[in-house]
Design a protein around this ligand. Sequence first.
Ligand code: NAP
Ligand code: MG
Length: 401
Amino acid sequence: MDKIKMTVPLVEMDGDEMTRVLWKWVKEILISPYVELKTEYYDLSIQNRDATDDRVTCDAGNACLKYGVGVKCATITPNAQRLEEFKLKRLYPSPNATIRAIMDGTVFRAPILTKGITPLVPTWTSPIVIARHAYGDVYKAVEIKAKGGVATLACDGEERQIFDFGSDSGILQAQHNTDKSIVSFATSCFEYALSEKKDLWFSTKDTISKVYDHRFKDIFQEIYDTKYKKAFEDNGIEYFYTLIDDAVARVMRSRGGFIWALKNYDGDVMSDMVATAFGSLAMMTSVLVSPSGAYEYEAAHGTVTRHYRKYQAGESTSTNSVATLFSWTGALKKRGELDGNAELVRFATDIENSTICTIENGEMTGDLAGLFCREGVSVKRLNSKEFLEAIARNYEKNCLK
Ligand code: NAP
Ligand code: MG
């Protein structure tokens, strides 16, 4: 069999611990046997970030912008304990935050659904993708413990009284955001909705926050009307704004199948709720989309340190590689779309379907085995490598003739 050829390289960002092990196996077992893989490789392991003074992370982010598609393995975000463990020169920032800043992107988190793993909300039969604005608001707020007196908000000659505490003590907080960041957020959301051909919902509390949240609503509407309305209509998808309370109620009653854009705090909270309701963190993918239309794919989970310790001790682990595998197929599919490489798109889609079919027929890793329930199907708990091999068998049986 001839391997599928690629014309433009993928930006490949390797990572740490258990996910670095899965990364290698995913490539060995499910990609390299079928694709003449072309990548520009960046080693984002904590050791190499330290050796390069984190230069490698910036280079990788810039490469994503240059080539348009990247795939990233989970990485350690160092804390005091990691500083000691790896004898690091300093506490490096989260690679995800660095890459997000370079790409000026928005993160979309999408669950992978299979029969046999029922969401806690039974009507959610299609994925709900959460888009979280990752700049400003409470995450960049300035806070004061007031001991009394008059609090004012002032900027560039304009001043407003916030509250007269008198002799009471209290608390104060000032939030900000920038039009530029909101424009990037909105643009990434519209781009991604078009790329996925899914409806886009956006919700804030604009009835109460008549200046702050209202600005978000206005910017989204203006960009939609001037730049995306026609393309949305041509693709049969919809942009829909509603108050956040109404959105929450509608989401609970919905069947899923849309993208839900949220401000920073709302997205932080709602993404954890939605992820939990869909089942397992190991079945959640994440894609960073820049307003210029560059894509970086990854799993939403971390490096699974607890499993890695067992692996280091020579034990076999049943770590779930689905989100890591889908970051590869997502990236290959996007590369294929951009390059007009139908074979590559088909391959990535076939691997995804083979993965879902493997689980639906009862072969899965331990985290899913506890959740899975499907009439007539008995569950076989596999270790990490056996699971990937089972997918390869199904792929060869069903997709290669
Ligand atoms: P984690 O790696 O996501 O793992 C937390 C727990 O979730 C695991 O111990 C495991 O539960 C379960 N889990 C997660 N992924 C799984 C998978 N693929 N298969 C099976 N079970 C899975 O989070 P963490 O332990 O808090 O963080 C570990 C490291 O990852 C940290 O150094 C952190 O900085 C980094 N991190 C990186 C990213 C990223 O690069 N995007 C994101 C988050 C965290 P059980 O132990 O119960 O089996
Ligand atoms: Mg959170």
